[in-house]
Design a protein around this ligand. Structure first.
Ligand SMILES: Cc1ncc(COP(=O)(O)O)c(C=O)c1O
Length: 457
């Protein structure tokens, strides 16, 4: 049956009314552009994919940005939205990658596949330079093409039967990959929460850390520090509590330290600074924000050999198997760059970029303070988390975009706890940040004096 969708004149809605072999798809509805040819295969859609909410957050924002550009083709859009790095990678790093790349054109220098888990040299360097005194061995480090890919590989490792807790708000990949692997259950109308996921509220009222005395026990706990989007870095005492909680409940913490290089106070940079974490935690980390490798792609995951399943089997052996089966090793060129990042000159160059972004964050925090808005973060992470009490975050996103041509991220995109908040990214060049600051100050000054019947933001 084919129906013309009245609300979208270019769209035909195809209602697949019966699949004799797959009755659960009776109400499946696909939207196909009329000007594209399409053919329905006999392959049923993965039910877990069907459970994902709308689009992934960032493509949705990008779609709205495109629509805004069509409406205002002459306006200069400033993006404080997606957390992508903008400063060039230090030459000392790219030149090492370039030399290595050139050597691939020689008989002597050519290399094919590398070890699936990454070069020994890089694993050794990460163990020594990043983990230092922490009890992390080179053999427990798996080099990857980035933290997001590792999160999905960890989901594959743990499977669909385990129970999961996430910080609310949190980086959307934890929930979405839990949905895809089939452990999230259905979404609850009204709350926007998946039935089988435990949402641990982490907002200013609880100092961005869940009340563990009332948090139900789950098999897996995703925990990110400094957290994206709130920018909050958990303190040593908070992480001690988390490790204690996981040990008591027999849970595994999947700890995301993608922003640890932005920590400026004495908050731990790794879960493995906490005694007892080796028996309960996997750590996922990344070169993306640390080294501007968002496009180059490089990350790593630590699976301690002391972390065991309920039956005593070491998790590391299964993770090794997943990596060897589902991944064939990070690019040798990226790994070469990864080594250069860990050299003294590499570190120095990267630190200056990190300081640059953190100065941007300071400018943004000051902007919001001067407007009288409450802003969090911006001290241990390049994100500023601003509260708009009583307002829907998509409405605030839309109002800011319409008036200031600035792209932000609505807090609700990070979970129901993010409603009423907006995340501002401090990645960007200084000129855009100061221009954004001026536009925001003018906008909120006008809004604060508005006499509209609509609530002022
Ligand atoms: C908390 C967090 N983890 C992981 C990632 C993804 O990192 P990667 O680029 O290494 O895949 C991001 C990206 O924004 C992030 O914010």
């Amino acid at each position: 049956m084919v129906i013309l969708d009245q609300s979208f004149p270019n769209v035909i809605t195809v209602v697949i009314s019966s699949f004799s072999y797959q009755p659960r798809y009776t109400n499946c509805s696909l939207k196909i552009q009329q000007d594209e040819s399409g053919h329905c295969s006999n392959v049923p859609r993965n039910l877990n994919m069907q459970k994902l909410q709308n689009r992934y957050l960032f493509p949705e924002i990008s779609m709205r940005e495109q629509a805004h550009l069509r409406k205002y083709p002459n306006e200069k859009i400033i993006s404080l939205g997606i957390g992508d790095t903008t400063e060039p990678v230090p030459e000392v790093i790219t030149s090492r990658m370039a030399d290595f790349t050139s050597s691939l054109s020689t008989d002597k220098g050519y290399r094919g596949y590398g070890p699936e888990i990454g070069s020994k040299e890089l694993r050794k360097a990460i163990s020594k330079i990043i983990y230092g005194d922490m009890p992390i061995k080179e053999s427990e480090i798996f080099i990857s093409d980035g933290a997001q890919c590792d999160i999905s590989r960890i989901q594959l490792l743990l499977g669909g039967e385990v129970t999961t807790a996430v910080q609310d708000p949190s980086f959307p990949a934890y929930v979405d990959s839990s949905v895809i692997i089939g452990r999230a259950g259905d979404i609850e109308e009204g709350t926007g929460k998946y039935q089988n996921i435990e949402y641990m509220k982490c907002l200013p009222e609880n100092n961005f850390f869940p009340d563990l005395s009332t948090t139900p026990k789950t098999h897996v706990i995703f925990f990110c520090s400094p957290n994206n989007p709130t920018g909050h870095a958990a303190s040593y005492q908070q992480l001690e509590q988390l490790v204690h909680f996981a040990r008591k409940n027999g849970s595994i913490i999947v700890y995301d330290s993608a922003y640890s290089s932005y920590i400026t106070d004495d908050s731990p940079k790794s879960i493995f600074e906490i005694p007892g974490a080796r028996e309960v935690a996997i750590e996922v980390s990344s070169y993306s924000k640390f080294a501007g490798f968002t496009g180059i792609r490089l990350g790593w995951t630590v699976v301690p050999d002391t972390l065991l399943y309920a039956n005593g089997f070491p998790v590391i052996h299964d993770y090794d198997r997943i990596v060897c089966t589902c991944f064939n090793g990070a690019s040798r060129i990226s790994q070469e760059g990864g080594l250069a990042c860990l050299s003294p000159a590499g570190f120095e160059g990267l630190n200056s970029r990190i300081n640059y972004y953190m100065e941007n964050a300071r400018i943004l925090v000051q902007t919001f303070n001067s407007i009288g808005l409450t802003a969090y973060g911006g001290v241990n992470a390049p994100y500023v988390w601003v509260h708009f009490p009583g307002s829907s975050s998509w409405d605030v996103f839309a109002a800011i975009l319409e008036d200031t041509h600035i792209i932000t991220v609505p807090g609700c995109g990070f979970g129901p706890g993010g409603e009423e908040y907006i995340r501002f990214s401090a990645f960007g060049n200084r000129k855009s940040i100061t221009e954004a600051s001026t536009r925001l100050k003018n906008f909120f000054k006008r809004r604060n004096h508005c006499s509209s019947p609509e609530p002022c933001l």
